[in-house]
Design a protein around this ligand. Structure first.
Ligand code: NAG
Ligand code: NAG
Length: 259
């Protein structure tokens, strides 16, 4: 505080107009705390917040920033709308953090401007297409413990990122485990179908259901026939038990019709 006051006093003491404008410029470039701000020749503002032990993404990034370096921090997630309003952002470096979660809409608002997104060397396991909605940037997704499963395969066609980005998804684990996709870039293995087991499972389920129905129909038929036979036999016995001769002739005719 006192340093700032001293600084202003010094500025006021210096009556040169040129020096005064220099002071104003200096105070205007003070941006997000923990971050070092610079203005490039082409007019773009750059924010360097590397290696600051940050656990959260700064909320006070000036809206005319073109480049943000947040690498080598302790970030664990990127919440929705973390960079909303930064419509001039071209490059975003989030590499070498502990990011395991990208919430849906994490990069919302950046779809028209962002061209480079570095998410390498983090702890990303599950790929969620909703986190990258509309983003056309080239992303570095290498060096993450990706889990390759049917969900990942289904998400691939829904991503607008530059296709080369997806070659950075190297599977550390996989589901089903026996597919030889571990240690490989998923996109570069077109023969691997991680959804095939799921399809097979639904096929089997379908077969079991159909077999069940079939068994029920057959057992009902068998039961129906048996019951009718029983009825006929009972009827015959009843007729046999009748004492009259007329009944006997009737009996024989019934037997012939039943048989
Ligand atoms: C940045 O925000 C200010 C104030 O909220 C606004 O006047 C200005 O137009 C914004 N600039 C950009 C580039 O969005
Ligand atoms: C992606 O990131 C890794 C690790 O941070 C780095 O070694 C590699 O050069 C990057 N790849 C590209 C294409 O920038």
């Amino acid at each position: 505080m006192s340093v700032a006051v001293d600084y202003v006093l010094m500025c006021l003491l210096l009556h040169s107009l040129a020096l005064l404008t220099l002071c104003l410029q200096h105070s205007a470039s003070a941006c997000s705390k923990h971050c070092y701000c610079s203005e490039s020749d082409s007019g773009g503002k750059t924010l360097r917040c590397s290696n600051q032990r940050l656990t959260e993404i700064p909320r006070d990034i000036p809206n005319d920033t073109r480049r943000v370096y947040l690498d080598f921090n302790l970030l664990t997630s990127v919440p929705a709308d973390a960079f909303a309003g930064l419509s001039h952002l071209v490059e975003l470096d989030l590499s070498h953090n502990d990011i395991s979660q990208l919430q849906p809409g994490a990069f919302r608002g950046l779809s028209s401007s962002l061209r480079f997104l570095d998410l390498s060397a983090n702890k990303l396991v599950h790929f969620n297409a909703d986190s990258f909605e509309g983003l056309r940037a080239r992303a570095n997704l290498t060096d993450n413990p990706w889990h390759c499963d049917c969900n990942l395969q289904m998400a691939m066609p829904r991503v607008d990122l530059e296709p080369v980005s997806l070659t950075g998804i190297v599977c550390q684990t996989s589901e089903p485990e026996e597919t030889a996709v571990r240690g490989l870039a998923f996109l570069l293995e077109p023969d691997v179908d991680l959804c095939v087991v799921m399809k097979r499972t639904t096929d089997v389920a379908m077969l079991v259901v159909m077999f069940g129905w079939f068994t029920m129909v057959i057992s009902y038929l068998v039961y129906y026939v048996r019951a009718n036979q029983e009825d006929a036999r009972r009827h015959l016995e009843y007729l046999k038990s009748l004492p009259s001769r007329q009944a006997k002739s009737e009996e024989s005719s019934t037997i012939s019709t039943v048989v």
